[in-house]
Design a protein around this ligand. Structure first.
Ligand code: FAD
Length: 295
């Protein structure tokens, strides 16, 4: 249900045939900021359900998430979703950041645990006086302001998950704690996504799970990142990309593969598509062209 502070995620996602959303990250310098705002302007006409801005692993970009989402709320027609993680923060600090989001007009949140500073594969130790799991942050945000909350989901399982079933239990716990929707980690096999959705539905939870789309524009970079976050690049995808040598042909194949994945996901009932833009609209727009998504 809509309230004064913004529409519910369910309403945003279910408005229209399918939800489209875009993820950005806080830039490190002026040139990066220019790229970010150019990408936001280029994608705004597609009327996404929301645009999300990640929360840095540490350091100065963290404040930028408040600044950027606030500016999106003030200066654009878009609904900003601010990410927040438990990394390096006490409960009191997290409460202050949640209050800052409210103050700048941001009422939609992605509540995440975050990764240890040493990287996603390192052992997780909660900050003293801080929170242990994303579920704790969902609960904190629910009690702190009028937030509509999203959480992370992992079609191939979180790298530290005991099993896919336990991972589904965790997602269900996040939903029961008050999360309204989930966005997935990148993945390249539609069947991994559909199996996750099935596991969650089998547990009696019907929250929308938006598939996170990351086109492969550089195979080695994606493989390295995939190893860190627990996403495998399937052999058939590697084969298709490896047929090409020229960078523009590799890119085109990566876009085609992403468009095929999107089609399969939508045809199979995914409620929408969430694009990891890396602050550049080009790849997303190229996928839209293949999918005949127009403004
Ligand atoms: P959790 O849900 O807390 O899960 C973390 C681990 O703990 C999992 O292995 C889970 O199985 C286990 N677990 C959870 N609850 C329990 C429990 N009750 N008992 C036992 N085990 C449990 N990182 C950033 O730093 N900034 C971002 O902005 C950001 N955005 C992201 C957006 C998306 C869509 C995704 C998919 C990831 C994002 N990440 C971001 C990365 C994310 O923070 C990491 O993947 C992190 O390791 C897990 O976060 P989580 O919120 O899923 O944590």
């Amino acid at each position: 249900m809509a309230t004064g502070s913004g529409r519910s995620m369910i309403e945003l996602i279910e408005d229209g045939d399918h939800s489209i959303s875009f993820e950005f990250f806080p830039p490190k310098d002026e040139a990066g900021a220019e790229r970010l705002w150019k990408a936001i302007s280029a994608l705004e006409p597609y009327r996404p359900s929301f645009v999300s801005v990640t929360y840095g692993a540490g350091g100065s970009t963290r404040d930028l998430t408040v600044e950027i989402t606030g500016r999106i709320a003030r200066e654009t027609s878009l609904t900003p979703v601010a990410h927040l993680t438990c990394v390096g923060h006490t409960r009191g600090e997290l409460e202050k950041i949640l209050d800052s989001y409210t103050e700048v007009g941001v009422h939609h949140l992605m509540a995440l645990r975050g990764d240890p500073p040493e990287g996603p594969r390192a052992d997780w130790t909660p900050t003293e006086g801080g929170l242990t799991y994303a579920t704790d942050l969902v609960e904190l945000a629910r009690g702190r302001g009028d937030f509509r909350i999203g959480v992370a989901a992992f079609p191939e399982g979180h790298p530290h998950a005991e099993s896919l079933d336990h991972d589904a239990d965790v997602l269900v716990a996040k939903a029961r704690a008050g999360a309204e929707f989930a966005v997935t980690q990148m993945f390249f096999r539609a069947s991994d996504y559909f199996s996750l959705v099935e596991r969650v539905r089998a547990r009696g939870v019907d929250m929308p799970i938006l598939p996170g789309i990351m086109p492969i524009l550089n195979l080695n970079a994606i493989r390295r990142q995939g190893e860190l976050v627990g996403t495998a690049v399937p052999d058939e995808v590697i084969e298709r990309i490896s047929q090409h040598e020229a960078p523009e042909d590799i890119r085109a194949e990566g876009i085609t593969l992403a468009a095929e994945l999107c089609q399969e996901l939508l045809a199979g009932g995914a409620p929408g598509l969430h694009f990891y833009t890396l602050n550049n609209s080009r790849a997303t727009l190229e996928i839209f062209e293949r999918l005949q998504i127009t403004v």
